[in-house]
Design a protein around this ligand. Structure first.
Ligand code: HEC
Ligand code: HEC
Ligand code: HEC
Ligand code: HEC
Ligand code: HEC
Ligand code: HEC
Ligand code: HEC
Length: 257
C-alpha cells in the first residue's frame, strides 16, 4: 500500500516538475521579449561562439565564470545559455557589426537577472535594501558577471566581500587603531547585502546580533561590567555605547566618546 502511494507521488512530482520547468522557461522568454528595444525586435539567438570574434576578452573570462560553467548548450527549451542568457538574442547586433543599444545591458536594469533569480527581487523589496530596483545601483556593482567568481568573494578569502563594499562605504575600511575582528570576518556577518526587514539591513535587530559571537556564560556581565541596565535602554549600539562598531581610533570598546 505504502509503495503504491509513493510511486503515485513520484508521478505527480514528475508532472509538476515538468510543468514548473516549462512555465519557468516561458516566463523567461517573456522577460526577453519585454526587454528588447525596438531595434532588437525579431532578433534570434545565435550562440556564444558568434560573440567570440568581437568580444574576445569577455569570451575568454566567461568560460571560467559561474554562469559559463552552467552553459553546456546554446539553448535549452528555447531559452539561451551563455552570453545571451543575460544579453538577449544577438543576431541583429552581430549583423550590424555590434554597436550600442542592440543588446540588453544588465547594468542598466536587473530584470534579466531576476528572470532566473526571482527570489532576489523579493529581497530588494524588503523595507531596508540597496537601491537596485530604484535604478541607483546595479547587481554588477557587487557581482562580477564575467569573472571567475560571480560572487564578491572567493573560496579562499571572505575579505573580498568587504572589498566590494568599500568601493562605496570607504569610511568602513579604516585603518582603525582598534579593529573589530567581526568586520574582518566579512560585512555579511552582520548585514544582509541585498535587503532585510531590519534597519540598516542588519541580520538581527537586537543584542542577538552581537551575542552570536560574544556568548558570555555569565551574561549580562561582560568583562568587569554589568550590562543589565544598558540593555534595557536599547541595543548594544543604539543605547549610545558601541556606536563605532566598525572600528575605532579612540576607544578599544568601540565607543565614540
Ligand atoms: C550572468 C549574466 C551575463 C552573462 C552570461 C554575460 N554577461 Fe556580459 N555583461 C553582464 C553585465 C552585468 C554587464 C555590465 C557590467 C559590466 O560591464 O561588467 C555586462 C557587460 C558586457 C559588455 C559591455 C561592456 C561595456 O563596457 O559596456 C559586453 C561587450 C559583454 N558584456 C559581453 C558579453 C559576452 C561576449 C558574453 C559571453 C561570452 C557575456 N557578456 C556574458 C552580464 C553578463
Ligand atoms: C561584429 C562584431 C560583434 C559581434 C559579432 C558581437 N558584438 Fe557586441 N559589440 C560590438 C561592438 C563594436 C560594440 C560597441 C562597443 C562600444 O561601443 O564600446 C558591442 C557592444 C556590445 C554590448 C554593449 C551594448 C550596450 O548597449 O551597452 C554588449 C552587451 C554586447 N556587445 C554583447 C554581445 C554579445 C552577447 C554578442 C554575441 C551574441 C555580441 N556582442 C556579438 C561588436 C560585436
Ligand atoms: C538564465 C538564467 C540566469 C540568468 C539570466 C542569471 N543567472 Fe545567475 N545563476 C543562474 C544559475 C542556474 C546559477 C547557479 C545556481 C545557483 O547557485 O543559484 C546562478 C548563480 C549565480 C550567482 C552565484 C550563486 C552562488 O551561490 O555561487 C550569482 C551571484 C548570480 N548568479 C548572479 C546573477 C546576476 C547578477 C545576473 C544578471 C547580471 C544573473 N545571475 C543572471 C542562472 C541565471
Ligand atoms: C551591495 C552589494 C550587492 C548587490 C548590489 C547585489 N548583491 Fe547579490 N550578493 C552580495 C553578497 C555580499 C552576497 C553573498 C551573501 C552572503 O554571503 O550571505 C550575494 C549573494 C548573491 C547570490 C547567491 C547567494 C544567495 O543569496 O542565494 C545571488 C544569486 C545574488 N547575490 C544575486 C544578485 C542579483 C541578481 C543582484 C541584482 C538584482 C544582486 N545580487 C545585487 C552582494 C550584492
Ligand atoms: C555602488 C555603491 C555601493 C556598494 C558597492 C555598496 N553599497 Fe551599501 N549603500 C549604497 C547606497 C547608495 C545606500 C543607500 C543609502 C541611502 O539610502 O541613504 C547603501 C546603504 C547601505 C546600508 C544601510 C545604510 C543606512 O543608513 O540604512 C548598509 C548597511 C550597507 N549599504 C552595507 C553595504 C555592504 C555590506 C556592502 C557590500 C556587500 C555594500 N553596502 C556595498 C551604496 C553601495
Ligand atoms: C559586528 C557587526 C557588524 C559588521 C561586521 C559590520 N557592520 Fe555595519 N553596522 C553594524 C551596526 C550595528 C550598524 C548600525 C549602527 C547604528 O545604527 O548606529 C551598522 C551600520 C552600517 C551602515 C550604516 C550607518 C553608517 O555607519 O554608515 C553601513 C553603511 C554599514 N554598517 C556598512 C558596513 C560595511 C561596509 C561592513 C563591512 C566592512 C560592515 N558594515 C560590517 C554592524 C556591523
Ligand atoms: C562574527 C563574530 C562577532 C560579532 C557578530 C560581533 N563581534 Fe565583537 N568581537 C568579535 C571578536 C572576535 C572580538 C575580539 C576578541 C574579543 O575581545 O572578544 C570582538 C571584540 C569586541 C569588542 C572589544 C572587546 C574588548 O574587550 O576589547 C567589543 C566592545 C565588541 N566586540 C562589541 C560587539 C558588539 C556591540 C557587537 C554587535 C553589534 C559585536 N561585537 C558583534 C567578534 C564578533
Amino acid at each position: 500500500m505504502s509503495k503504491k502511494i509513493s510511486s503515485f507521488g513520484f508521478a505527480w512530482i514528475a508532472v509538476f516538475g515538468f510543468v514548473f520547468f516549462c512555465a519557468g522557461n516561458d516566463a523567461r522568454a517573456d522577460v526577453y521579449s519585454q526587454l528588447l528595444t525596438p531595434e532588437m525586435k525579431g532578433a534570434q539567438f545565435v550562440g556564444t561562439e558568434v560573440c567570440a570574434s568581437c568580444h574576445e576578452k569577455q569570451y575568454r573570462e566567461f568560460k571560467f565564470s559561474t554562469h559559463g560553467r552552467l552553459a553546456t548548450k546554446d539553448t535549452v527549451e528555447g531559452v539561451p545559455q551563455g552570453c545571451e542568457m543575460c544579453h538577449g538574442p544577438g543576431s541583429v547586433h552581430a549583423q550590424n557589426g555590434g554597436g550600442r543599444g542592440t543588446m540588453i545591458n544588465p547594468s542598466k536594469s536587473p530584470e534579466v537577472c531576476f528572470s532566473c533569480h526571482m527570489d532576489k527581487k523579493m529581497e530588494f523589496r524588503l523595507p531596508f535594501h540597496h537601491p537596485v530596483l530604484e535604478g541607483h545601483m546595479s547587481c554588477a556593482d557587487c557581482h562580477d558577471a564575467h569573472g571567475t567568481d560571480v560572487r564578491p568573494w572567493t573560496a579562499t578569502s571572505l575579505e573580498d566581500v568587504n572589498e566590494a563594499c568599500f568601493k562605496c562605504h570607504v569610511d568602513k575600511r579604516g585603518p582603525f587603531a582598534w579593529e573589530h575582528q567581526a568586520v574582518r570576518d566579512g560585512c555579511s556577518t552582520c548585514h544582509k547585502p541585498h535587503g532585510s526587514i531590519t534597519d540598516k539591513m542588519l541580520v538581527a535587530r537586537d543584542a542577538n546580533l552581537c551575542l552570536r559571537c560574544h556568548i558570555q556564560s555569565d551574561f549580562p556581565v561582560i568583562g568587569d561590567r554589568n550590562h543589565a541596565t544598558n540593555m534595557t535602554q536599547g541595543t548594544c549600539w543604539s543605547a549610545g555605547c558601541h556606536t563605532a562598531i566598525h572600528g575605532s581610533s579612540f576607544d578599544r570598546h568601540f565607543r565614540d566618546e
